[in-house]
Design a protein around this ligand. Structure first.
Ligand SMILES: [Cu+2]
Length: 327
């Protein structure tokens, strides 16, 4: 089923969530009455997205770990590019190009100074690469050494600098290879570690389901409204840390807005000292940050893009803060 950006809202194939309904539901009002359940969120459940957003949120791949003669830690990962149809809204299928069959690809994690070795195999139908953000030699940059279908390549470099980075295919046309789903998060922890916290990964992405170079679907972690349907439980008073990565194609900017709270921003995660204290963060494609916050009052708090249209088309969720209220 192909849906266009406007029809996605009007037809209720994607719903409109709570407060976010206001603006566009006026436009849709001759199709829907305010009590229409389609306006209360997504109708139906996405079960074949290639990832389970609830599990993906807190899943980190530390690789196969061994010790090198130099004393350094070696982390080995296997990544295979493959074509795969994924469900991006109930009944809406997208012919994705994936790393390991999932969009986003696995969240790779290492510590500063580790040797990262990635065995990359192209089992897809187009030439692909893995381009890592971070500091490494040109020959490991995943740009000029294009890996054709059936071929493979081994990327190896020292993990630096610490921060939250990303990886993505750098074959041309780049726009297409990213929009099709070839991207993931690459976290490098500082040697000293970070303070204890509950940690999550959110990759801000979207899908152009009718190939008109506009997104019809927006999300944190692929599935629109996933964390509205399944609010993220948060413990009162516990530090929350989100590795936030924007890979959204076609739209120039994206953002993160948190309700009822402010968060600390560590730009690119490259410092242990926050750069900013805010409730709304603007991000270009490729920008990524660590954000940290704590809730002191129980209840359900929304988070979403502050581009209202993105919110309506899926990029929104809820933190369900549980525990005794702080006296
Ligand atoms: Cu590619």
């Amino acid at each position: 089923m192909a849906i266009d950006r406007r029809e996605a809202i009007k037809r209720g194939a994607l719903g409109v969530a709570g407060l976010a309904a206001a603006a566009r539901s006026l436009e849709a009002s001759r199709f829907h009455q305010p009590h229409d359940p389609a306006l209360m969120g997504i109708v139906g459940e996405v079960t074949r997205a290639g990832i389970d957003p609830v599990r993906f949120l807190e899943e980190f791949d530390y690789g196969r770990v061994s010790r090198l003669p130099s004393g350094k830690t070696l982390r080995e990962y296997e990544i295979t590019a493959m074509d795969r149809e994924i469900e991006v809204a109930p009944g809406v299928w997208f012919p994705a190009w994936t790393y390991n069959g999932q969009v986003p690809g696995p969240t790779l994690r290492a510590t500063e100074g580790d040797i990262v070795r990635v065995y990359f195999r192209n089992a897809g139908t187009h030439p692909h690469t893995i381009h890592f953000h971070g500091i490494h030699p040109a020959r490991m940059d995943g740009v000029f050494e294009v890996v054709v279908p059936g071929d493979s390549f081994v990327y190896e470099f020292e993990a630096k600098p610490f921060g939250v980075h990303l990886y993505h295919c750098h074959s041309v046309p780049l726009k297409k290879h990213i929009a099709k789903g070839l991207y993931g998060t690459f976290i490098i922890d500082p040697r000293s570690g970070r303070p204890p916290a509950r940690e999550m990964v959110m990759v801000l992405n979207g899908f152009d389901t009718n190939f008109d170079s506009e997104n019809e679907i927006y999300a944190a972690n692929t599935v629109p409204f996933a964390y509205q349907k399944h609010p993220i439980p948060v413990k009162l008073g516990e530090l929350q840390r989100i590795y936030l990565v924007n890979v959204l194609e076609f739209d120039l900017i994206n953002s993160m807005h948190l309700h009822g709270n402010f968060f600390y921003v560590y730009r690119t995660g490259s410092s242990l000292t926050p750069h900013e204290y805010t409730d709304t963060l603007m991000m270009c494609q490729g920008e990524r940050h660590i954000i940290e916050f704590t809730y002191d009052e129980p209840g359900r708090y929304m988070f979403h893009a502050h581009q209202s249209e993105f919110t309506e088309l899926g990029w929104m969720g809820i933190f369900d803060v549980q525990g005794e209220a702080v006296a």
